[in-house]
Design a protein around this ligand. Sequence first.
Ligand code: HAM
Length: 428
Amino acid sequence: MKARTIRGFNDILPESVKRWHYIEDAARGVFERYGFSEIRTPVLEFTELFQRSIGAATDIVEKEMYTFDDRDGSSLTLRPEGTAGVVRAFIEHSMGRKSAVTKLYYMGTMYRHERPQKGRYRAFNQIGAEYLGSDEPYADAETITMLWRFLEEIGLADALTLELSSLGDGESRAGYKDKLVDYFSAHVNELCGDCTRRLEENPLRILDCKKERCSALAEGAPSILDNLSEESRRHFEAVMGALDATGVPYTLNPRIVRGLDYYCKTVFEITTAELGAQNAVAAGGRYDGLVEELGGKPTPAVGFAVGMERLILLLEKVSPEGFDRRPDAFIAYVGEEAKAKAYGLADELRRGGLFVELEYEGRSLKSQLKRADKLGAGYAVIIGEDELGRGIVKLRDMESGTEEDVAPDGLSARLGKGRGGRGGEKGG
Ligand code: HAM
């Protein structure tokens, strides 16, 4: 038997993980500046949590969950998204009692049994944030602004569009649904089979249909933004005003539907034209009823999740150069005695915080220096017989080729000023 992974489940290899670290570090940095703290919740939850939050009639719950019975017969599900677990933890640990608002972020693997293709996997990773306890439009705007600043920081904002809409409150949606049913009923013969069914069950989903005829019909459908209740309209206008104030660019897309049932009012998606069909790299919105639905005190909330794999694909396109860190120094030696010296020196320099490489295969000095060059080392530290005898090492600037004799004691300080850091491995 040749071991292999499960379809839709991927290994993330070391050269790629460097990009993951870059994105995760940026997210932590930005989110913490906005007062968000990390939370880690289990990947397994009771199935009911997702049925009640995401909605029993959604694609995720109906077709995509990895659900199985535990040994005691209780039904468990691998989390298909992060919000439900975070809200459960918020309620279970009475976090709402500790402060008026609670701002949380998370990073982790989610599981959905979808048909795998580029940018769509069965195990995928999200970075998400949830702002609980405020119904203020500023909370929506700040959450969206934070997401946008993070995307700017990793250099991807230019390749992305923030699409914004409002689903309104229950009152807005009920009236709007009636109008949609009226509109699509007049064209029922032109709808695809799925949409004919949706007309009865959830007419909003027709707006999201990818089939050409339905999509063309949806173009002419009434817009939710013209059908908001007074309160929802004011809320949405305030969100737009706050985004305008921070200069976060957005376009209105009244056809954003979202595949999860918990949303109300503000919804948004961050899309790209660079990734084909899987064009949403992030999405979110307000979900004022969810905490109560899961047994907590009524607590308005807003949040988002970013799809890591899609961000990585985009990052590879936008900055194809490597993310490998270059060694500050590569130690090359000649002979057994120098090898022992090199071994000890490497440890000393590493303990001092430097990134140092060397190899023990005893290859020629020329091969070792070639390796140093390939790794993009800032310096080569050379220990030959002559240097051993004189109690010094030779320090070679790999860029200029200049060499100088340095006492091993002074090496750490000398290399500290080196040129290590982000950069690509040269060649293959
Ligand atoms: P979602 O739209 O289902 O929202 O997922 C958010 C993002 O996760 C998507 O925009 C996409 O980038 C990524 N994603 C989803 N499914 C896959 C997949 N099969 N393969 C790769 N990437 C995927 C949520 O999950 C909500 N919990 C977001 C949220 C947080 N709303 C409020 N708070």
